[in-house]
Structures are given as C-alpha cells and as structure tokens.
Design a protein around this ligand. Sequence first.
Ligand SMILES: Cc1cc2nc3c(=O)[nH]c(=O)nc-3n(C[C@H](O)[C@H](O)[C@H](O)COP(=O)(O)O)c2cc1C
Length: 239
Amino acid sequence: MITSLETIGRRSVLRSAVRGLGAAMLTAVTSGCGPGEWNAPMPPQETTTSSSAQDAPGHGEGRRVLLAYFSRAGENYYYGRRTNLDVGNTEVLVAMIGNLISCDVHRIEAADPYPDGYDETVARNVREQDINARPAIAAPLPAIEKYDTVLLASGIWNVRAPMIMATFAESYDFTGKTIHPVTTHAMSGLGTTERDYARSCPGATIGEGLAVRGEETRGAGPPVEAWLRRTGLLRSQAQ
Ligand SMILES: Cc1cc2nc3c(=O)[nH]c(=O)nc-3n(C[C@H](O)[C@H](O)[C@H](O)COP(=O)(O)O)c2cc1C
C-alpha cells in the first residue's frame, strides 16, 4: 500500500503533538452523528453581538454569523513549558474576529468547569476522550436557526476539539449551514475538527478553517484578517 508523504507527515505531527503535550495516548474516538442528544431544559445564555463590528466591512453582507467558542484560562502549554493565562488563547482570537466582523459571540461553558492545572486538565480530557463523553454545557444556547454561518472555535486537546465541542455540535441541526472550524493549538493545527464537525453536523458544509498557534494568538491579526477575507466573512470596502 502506498502512503503519501503528506499522510506520513501529518501522522508524525499528530504523534509528536500527543507525546510532547504529555497526553497519555491518542485514543481513536468517533463522535456520534446527528443533532438531538441534548435537550436539557436550561435557561438561555445571552449571546453578545460584537458591537464594535457593526460598521465594519462584512456587516450587512447578508450572512448571519454565530461565533461559538470554548476556551480555558489557567495553566497552559507555552513553547514546551507552562504559563498561566488570565484569558484563554481562543478567547483572545475570538475577540479579534469579533472586532473585525459582525457576529453574535457565544461562550460555551462547562457545567463542571475544567481545572486550572494543565496536568489535571490533560487527565480529564483523556478520560473524556476514552469514553467518548459529551460534557454538559452550562446555560446552553437555545437555538441556532437564525444563523447561516457558524464559526466553532476552541483549543485543540489531544489532537481534537475538547469533547464539549462535540456536545455543542450535536445539540443543533446544522443542515444547510456553513461551519468554519477555528482552533488555537500548540502544533496540531485544526487537528481532526473538520472531520469531527462533518460527522457531528450532517447536512452542514465545512468551510475553510483557521488554525492559530496559541502562543502567537495575540499577534495573529494579519493571518486572521486574510482568512476572513478568503472566506468572504470580511470584504474590503473597495471591492
Ligand atoms: C488538555 C490539553 C491538551 C492539549 N493537547 C494539544 C494537542 O494535542 N495538540 C496541540 O497542538 N495542542 C494541544 N494543547 C494546547 C492547546 O491546544 C493550546 O494551548 C490552545 O491554545 C488552548 O486554547 P485555550 O487557551 O483557548 O483553551 C493542549 C492543551 C491542553 C490544556
């Protein structure tokens, strides 16, 4: 059997990511398909509209955009060492995107919050991946019908999105909507998010994703803007 160089390269990157980040092992997990597992009668969580973007290019393009994200502050990976983040990397990236386009921003919160410690979080995530868990969301968004484009943003944990993103993705009917995976990561890029969201959200189109290294998030303005333009989420006024 012939294996392409690209495939080999990707596999090695994934393996070294898992080793380098201290996760116990890469467990093959498949997320369940289809909407509807979640039906907990929880009070709605408010979404915030990125008001600073109201007059930004891209507003009024006719697209109704939801930017839903999960991000964890606390002890995290930083160039092979550890650092303490007051604000999670993905949240920084989300703020940047929210300043450039008009969208509703929704923070996904775990009903059982993740620990501050890095090792404890790695351990919990390995357990959740092992059992293909769907961690409960506190105050979930009641509906996403009004959006046609959804940006799903999170860090990468053990080469995929945290399992709570699967909870979110399986909670709604994404048929006819476009999903753009957005990640911050140490070295795994988008990880398996494109495949996972395609499986969790049948009928959705998976658009171009954005992957930003966590350590470089704060300076990621130019690549973020370029991606927003490529995807048509941000149009220059001259166009
Ligand atoms: C539990 C855990 C597992 C991680 N696993 C990976 C991984 O497999 N690949 C990778 O590139 N980065 C990994 N990272 C690094 C995070 O993806 C990165 O720091 C990201 O920016 C965190 O986003 P946040 O601060 O918004 O939560 C991991 C971090 C944690 C806490």
